[in-house]
Design a protein around this ligand. Structure first.
Ligand code: SF4
Ligand code: SF4
Length: 726
């Protein structure tokens, strides 16, 4: 009894000391990051919302349960450990030969403990099977565990197995020595007790002591191991979820911050301020916490269009590479003085000298091709069970490369110059923004100054909608439908300029802010009741990013308005369209802004349409490849993302592919053109906006716009654009 107590307490003191020292060191590393006062303020101002997130995401395992089998296995394991924490108390009370007050007598408690012990076992067996079936050695990059530390994962599974095994053995032995507190209900312990009974009371008494100590040793060892491994997420995940952006890390990008304050370009000094993420210590403590929280589950990687099409970007590997670098550089960050730094081992100094973004030759932590491959589609953020904010981190590194290093894909330089000088990516200029209206059989009101009180909607046309041939057809269809429905709307015409989305997403915050300020000035003057945007990128920027600069507006997407007009009987689809149509979810409409139903509702209302979903749809929709300013960069590595998407669409044998975004229209249209040329798609296959479908059915002929471009141009690097060099 005394030996049991002394050994148990000694193990506890050693384990707590080791784990505590490691956690203290990790906390100091976190403090080496930039402050993030906005995260603390958000929690203080919305405590109820954050409590709800903790309940749904941490306790309820909401995001994990989207993946049914691994989700249930994880939930069993997680809930099991919460319940089995009671048995840890029991093990300690057993050290002192005491009964834990209130717990050791209720048969129900004994039953629940055993039930969860069995469920945890079932959970880890499921995990083992999943890991054996999705083995990176066999599946290569198709395995979501490719690049994860699989050895540590197996150690953890073995550790959890030992926790449960030692628990059931000491409880079984206790039944035979008469020490077991539960008269009945603990079915698994009774089963094990039955197996051990023939050994006699003396042996069972020894087994009881040995396995109580073994259980404590395993739990304490596991606790120490957690602080040195990816299983740190057991501790950090609830904190990371608490301080994550609400409602999620999608929609708008984070503003540029230096020292916790939003950067003011007028005052900023590149020598003293943080301009994007150029060093690991430029990340905020929340960014560093993201790195410490990654579970290496690979859910993000499995959904990433860049990774799936063979590019070097894996959102998981970005986080893991940053984490490994942060830990390796930590002694340098914590050294405190130049003198102390000089005494550091060479490998730490070498690590500290690595550029955050750089090629293999430069010993960069993250290869430039990694950050420039991202389409900002949001699949990673949407999937991540612990709310890691990959897009902000990639965006932060892009900002530094763009603004400080001037190192970005040079084919995008023309787009940036055009935005700066002409206000649209193609450099066509404001005067041509009204061309799309030519030939319409009604007049589109062009606003100047404040809109009249009777104007219900300001139709935000967007650069593509005004200037790109295929998107112009959508714009004319929307305007015609609004006119048919008797909606009082107006457009800004030449007063509209690019929202700045491509500049912001490529990392040029300076150009973005310039364009955004101009638009906010125009919109504040117009004072629209509601803005209806046809481009999801414009929609996202005005709705979610302009508020960061003081522009607060009510914004909807055209599919939301059109579906409402159909539902209200103001538009009646009459003509039958006897076609199989598959709808492609634009990432910035669907995943970023959760608009999934309205486009589908419109299609349902068109007689004759047979709507059919692709396998990857709605929140699991697959990107067209244009977001994150990828529209203006060459796609040199791997399979083209738009081709991958069209290959999937073709599996549904569609007559038409519909969408709700001008970027998607161009990217998918180009891939379809290539498929037609190679004979893989039928000549009649079209890519259209849902508004065009509705306009056809409402039977108002929409006159064709005057052409400005050759539609056979390839997307990427401005190739599909009206006039890439202005
Ligand atoms: S946003 Fe999309 S492309 Fe970028 S890392 Fe995430 S999943 Fe990959
Ligand atoms: S970033 Fe999130 S989804 Fe990706 S591996 Fe880490 S925990 Fe999993």
């Amino acid at each position: 009894m005394v030996v049991r107590m002394v050994v148990g307490l000694a193990l506890t003191v050693v384990a707590l000391g080791l784990a505590g020292r490691r956690l203290w060191w990790l906390a100091r590393v976190g403090r080496a990051g930039q402050p993030a006062p906005e995260r603390l303020a958000a929690v203080r101002s919305h405590p109820a919302r954050d409590v709800e997130s903790e309940f749904s995401e941490v306790l309820g395992q909401r995001k994990l349960l989207r993946w049914t089998v691994p989700g249930i296995a994880h939930a069993f394991t997680f809930w099991g450990f919460l319940v089995l924490s009671l048995t840890i108390f029991e093990a300690y009370t057993n050290l002192f030969d005491k009964k834990f007050p209130g717990i050791g007598h209720w048969a129900l408690v004994g039953f629940i403990e055993d039930l969860f012990a069995v469920l945890v076992l079932a959970g880890i067996i499921t995990f083992a099977v999943i890991r054996l079936r999705s083995n990176p050695r066999r599946e290569g990059r198709d395995s979501r565990f490719a690049g994860s530390h699989t050895g540590a994962a197996w150690l953890v599974l073995a550790g959890i197995f030992l926790v449960i095994a030692t628990l059931l053995i000491y409880r079984g032995a206790q039944i035979n020595t008469g020490d077991f507190p539960y008269p009945h209900g603990a079915f698994a312990s009774q089963l094990v007790g039955g197996w051990l009974a023939p050994l006699g009371t003396g042996v069972n008494s020894v087994l009881e002591t040995v396995f109580i100590l073994a259980q404590l040793a395993v739990i304490l060892g596991f606790g120490v191991f957690v602080t040195y491994s990816k299983h740190l997420h057991i501790i950090t995940a609830p904190v990371n979820v608490l301080f994550s952006r609400r409602p999620d890390g999608l929609r708008g990008l984070e503003p540029m911050r230096s020292g916790g304050q939003v950067l003011d370009f007028e005052e900023a000094d590149p020598d003293t301020d943080v301009f994007g993420l150029g060093k690991i210590e430029d990340f905020s403590w929340k960014g560093l916490l993201d790195m410490a929280t990654c579970t290496e589950c690979g859910r993000c990687q499995s959904q990433c269009p860049a990774w799936i099409t063979g590019k070097p970007l894996s959102p998981k590997m970005v986080i893991l590479d940053l984490r490994d670098h942060a830990l390796a550089k930590a002694p340098y960050l914590l050294a405190g003085s130049d003198e102390a730094r000089e005494k550091l081992p060479d490998e730490v100094t070498a690590e500290a000298g690595r550029p955050l973004v750089g090629t293999a030759d430069q010993h960069g932590v993250i290869d430039p091709d990694v950050i420039w491959s991202c389409t900002n589609c949001g699949a990673c953020v949407n999937e991540c069970p612990v709310d890691i904010e990959h897009i902000d981190h990639i965006g932060g590194m892009r900002r530094h490369q763009m603004l400080i290093e001037s190192a970005f894909p040079q084919e995008a330089a023309g787009m940036l110059k055009n935005l700066e000088n002409k206000g649209d990516p193609w450099g066509m200029g404001a005067a041509r923004r009204a061309e799309w209206m030519e030939g319409l059989d009604f007049e589109v009101p062009v606003a100047s100054g404040e809109l009249g009180g009777d104007v219900e909607y300001l139709f935000w046309v967007g650069c593509a909608g005004a200037l790109e041939d295929r998107a112009r057809k959508t714009t004319r269809a929307i305007a015609t439908l609004l006119h048919t429905a008797g909606v009082n709307f107006a457009v800004l015409g030449p007063a509209e300029t690019c929202t700045g989305d491509p500049a912001r997403r490529i990392g040029n915050e300076f150009v973005y802010q310039m364009l955004a300020a101009q638009n906010i000035g125009t919109l504040n003057e117009a004072r629209p009741r509601t803005i209806v945007a046809s481009c999801p990128h414009c929609f996202n920027t005005i709705a979610n990013e302009y508020p960061q600069l003081g522009g607060d507006y009510q914004v909807i997407h055209h599919t939301q308005l059109l579906s409402k007009l159909v539902a209200d009987g103001k538009l009646t689809p009459l003509s039958s369209i006897e076609e199989k149509i598959t709808y492609h979810d634009p990432c910035f409409l669907g995943r970023h802004n959760k608009v999934y139903s309205p486009p589908r509702e419109i299609m349902q209302q068109v007689p004759g349409v047979q709507a059919q979903e692709m396998a990857r749809c709605k929140e699991r929709g697959f990107c067209c490849g244009a977001g994150g300013a990828r529209m203006w960069m060459e796609e040199r590595i791997g399979k083209r993302i738009n081709t991958e998407r069209i290959d999937e669409a073709l599996t549904t044998d569609p007559d038409t592919i519909s969408t709700g975004c001008p970027y998607c229209l161009v990217m998918l249209g180009d891939a379809v053109a290539a498929k037609k040329a190679s004979g893989e798609a039928k000549d009649s296959l079209e890519v259209v906006d849902v508004a065009q479908l509705l306009a056809r059915s409402v039977a108002t002929p929409v006159p064709a716009p005057a052409a400005t471009t050759d539609e056979s141009g390839q997307a990427g690097a401005g190739g599909a654009t009206p006039d890439a060099d202005g």
